[in-house]
Design a protein around this ligand. Structure first.
Ligand SMILES: C[S@@+](CC[C@H](N)C(=O)[O-])C[C@H]1O[C@@H](n2cnc3c(N)ncnc32)[C@H](O)[C@@H]1O
Length: 265
């Protein structure tokens, strides 16, 4: 079987999801529109000092980091990414080029370490989780949020299931992503020794013109050429999927978004 490893090096930076893609900023904005309200609600659960030090790991296009700097006046908000091109013009944040796989922070540097839609894509996710716990000060919080595509595999619609399975396979092969691990997050935070673990799960649908639907469509469109190159779907499948999404009779659960948090005591 042809795997993407034989075509190019595996990993986020070489993948169809990386920042050099022409439509990447627009795609990240669709992601932010779905998930920012949910992430903001997760921060409401945290008991924070007046001027917290907050790390947003793999901050992407930075809308959440920008919101955090406004939400917590006097806070130090550090936004990191391997590619910081979309973070440079956001007022009130410190931007650091940082690879979560290999780069460290001193122990007990932050009151909150947050990562959204990052660890599911990094094969060393469990190791990074353990390192991120060490970056949190006593009394501080680790907040991990990720997307699971499990609902799309449960669909009764064969075309949607085929396209969804193809997307999951592509993410696994080209990046090393695990698009099902999000639902295990609360247990993983407890296993890291965190206290006061809490979580919320949101279901995103397609075919209903919701922000989740727009994000799903933007990501599938960006994946299209790679899906075709690997023979995971045909052009007819992709065209039929566009028509299915536009069919007023069709709507289905596509993803869950899990926000999980725990405290270092
Ligand atoms: C799906 S985007 C999510 C962005 C942002 N967290 C959000 O939710 O809006 C994943 C981000 O992780 C970054 N990334 C990928 N691998 C990384 C790594 N090893 N270290 C730090 N950031 C990484 C990508 O550049 C991208 O900006």
């Amino acid at each position: 079987m042809t795997t993407i490893e034989s075509i190019e090096e595996r990993g986020y930076t070489n993948s169809y999801l990386a920042d050099q893609h022409a439509d990447q900023l627009a795609r990240l904005r669709t992601l932010e529109r779905v998930f920012d309200p949910l992430s903001q609600a997760a921060f409401d659960w945290l008991d924070l000092p007046r001027k917290p030090a907050i790390l947003d790991l793999g901050a992407g296009a930075g809308s959440l980091a920008g919101w955090l700097s406004k939400q917590y006046p006097g806070a130090t908000v550090t936004a990191t990414d391997i590619d910081t091109r979309f973070l440079l013009d956001i007022p009130g944040i410190q931007v650091v080029t940082h690879n979560a796989r290999t780069d460290d922070f001193p122990a007990a540097s932050f009151d909150v370490v947050h990562a959204r839609a990052l660890l599911c894509h990094l094969s060393e996710r469990e190791h990074i989780l353990a390192r991120a716990v060490r970056w949190v000060r006593p009394g501080g919080w680790l907040v991990i949020e990720d997307v699971s595509l499990q609902p799309s595999l449960n669909t009764a619609n064969p075309l949607f299931r085929k396209v969804a399975q193809a997307g999951i396979t592509l993410l696994e092969q080209s990046i090393g992503s695990d698009m099902l691990w999000a639902e295990t997050l609360p247990g993983r935070l407890s296993a890291q020794g965190l206290s006061n673990v809490g979580h919320r799960t949101f279901e995103g649908r397609i075919g209903d013109n919701s922000p989740a639907d727009t994000f799903w469509a933007a990501t599938t469109a960006q994946a299209g050429p790679a899906l075709l190159k690997l023979g995971l779907v045909t052009q007819d499948d992709l065209d039929a999927m566009i028509n299915l999404r536009a069919d007023p009779a069709f709507s289905d659960a596509a993803l869950t978004f899990v926000s999980a948090w725990g405290q270092v005591l």
